[in-house]
Design a protein around this ligand. Structure first.
Ligand SMILES: Cc1cc2nc3c(=O)[nH]c(=O)nc-3n(C[C@H](O)[C@H](O)[C@H](O)COP(=O)(O)OP(=O)(O)OC[C@H]3O[C@@H](n4cnc5c(N)ncnc54)[C@H](O)[C@@H]3O)c2cc1C
Length: 368
């Protein structure tokens, strides 16, 4: 039977980035139930980094992650961020971006009037009278980032095992006896990074679930009768009912911002959500829709209070939660993994995340 210090359950970005932080100093194995890592939420995101997304503590994780992405952590040879910008469309009342006061310096918003909007996004329908422009928003090279995290685990003598679903785990006097589809493993600490399945994994480990809810979200790739779209800003109505961003010269990704509660599953798009995406897109711009090139759905998983859950379980020793990342799990992963690694090692928080309070994420808030 193999013996490790830390067994990470789940090979999405949460598990992979934390593994990259811990391997080397500790004996780390990551297990993934699928035949490849990244098949679920991590492989289905819209792949962008946006300062204005989320509130308070989660936003601080995004801010702390930005310089780490810029530095190519954890050893990517290609740049991980590509500047795109976001246009938050507003109507006659000039609605505000939530928490705009926190957005200063490179993240500050600037006001665009209709003439400036027309120059940036030709063909916008007339109800949009202006916008807030967020220049620091960027595309994330998610596949390169995720692959770099997995490579960092292996480079530092950690192990990544696919086809290795956790089936059950039993707490012993000094750790865990774990049954997986790839054989038994003994571990001192379990990390639950199982995304939409994190409550299922907890129950398999005889740890109380915390009430995580996966929510389905749809993205549609449309071919449209307009060219030069690839580098346009991401366009949203303040994240109320849609966003779209350029993918190729005449193709775009559109999401209707659907949020449908579902059980953990291999999510697939529903026709009604695809139709809603197209309808909302056509009400925003006059670009003719020529074809649906691709469509997919993924799960964004939230705790009941919608804050992330990062930390040791308050009732069962040696069980660490890294779950409930919702719609921000990629853009926060560099800082969240640094914070989680310090908590697991029992060390003070490193300077890069020193302004972040782990109490904002503690699983203790769900204790009976
Ligand atoms: C449409 C969409 C758009 C998004 N856009 C963005 C964005 O632009 N920016 C951003 O930051 N975030 C975005 N997100 C959110 C982001 O994708 C997630 O927060 C993030 O991917 C969650 O990562 P994860 O590792 O927790 O989950 P996952 O990637 O789902 O990984 C969990 C893994 O655990 C495995 N697993 C489950 N049970 C077991 C078991 N018993 N044993 C072993 N393994 C198990 C699963 O197979 C899975 O691979 C988006 C999400 C969606 C759906």
């Amino acid at each position: 039977m193999s013996e490790v210090d830390v067994l990470i359950i789940g090979g999405g970005i949460a598990g992979a980035s934390l593994g990259a932080r811990l391997a080397g100093g500790m004996r780390v194995t990551l297990i993934e139930s699928e035949d490849m890592c990244g098949r679920h939420s991590t492989g289905r995101s819209a792949a962008f980094w946006e300062a204005s997304l989320g509130a308070g503590p989660a936003r601080r994780l995004s801010f702390a992650s930005k310089p780490m992405f810029d530095a190519g952590w954890p050893g990517s040879s290609t740049p991980l961020l590509r500047r795109r910008g976001t246009v938050h469309l507003t109507g006659p009342h000039g609605e505000r971006v939530e928490g705009a006061g926190e957005l200063t310096g490179e993240h500050a918003l600037t006001r665009l009037d209709r003439a400036a909007l027309d120059a940036m996004i030709p063909g916008l329908r007339e109800q949009w009278t202006g916008a807030w422009y967020e220049a620091s928003c960027a595309d994330i090279e998610v596949a390169a980032f995720h692959a770099a995290c997995l490579a960092a685990i292996r480079r530092q003598s950690g192990t990544v095992r696919t086809d290795a679903a956790l089936r059950a785990a039993h707490r012993t006097a000094d750790g865990w006896d774990v049954e997986t589809a790839a054989g038994p493993i003994r571990a001192s600490i379990l990390v639950n990074a199982a995304g939409a399945w994190a409550d299922d994994v907890a129950e398999r480990c005889e740890v109380p679930a915390i009430g995580l809810q996966p929510m389905r979200r749809t993205v549609v790739q449309l071919r449209v009768g307009r060219t030069g779209l690839r580098d346009l800003p991401l366009v949203t109505d303040l994240h109320n009912s849609f966003y779209f961003k350029g993918e190729g010269t005449n193709s775009i990704w559109v999401s209707p911002l659907d949020e449908t509660p579902v059980d953990p599953c291999d999510a697939a798009p529903e026709e009604i959500d695809v139709a809603t995406a197209i309808d909302r897109f056509q009400r925003a711009v006059d670009w003719p829709v020529e074809a649906v090139e691709r469509k997919w759905a993924g799960l964004r998983t939230f705790a009941p209070d919608r804050a992330m859950t990062l930390g040791f379980d308050s009732q069962v020793p040696g069980f660490f939660w890294c779950a409930g990342q919702g719609g921000m799990g990629i853009q926060t992963a560099p800082a969240a993994s640094l914070l989680c690694a310090a908590l697991i090692r029992g060390e003070p928080l490193p300077e890069e995340v020193a302004g972040i309070d782990p109490e904002d994420f503690t699983p203790r808030r769900f204790a009976q």
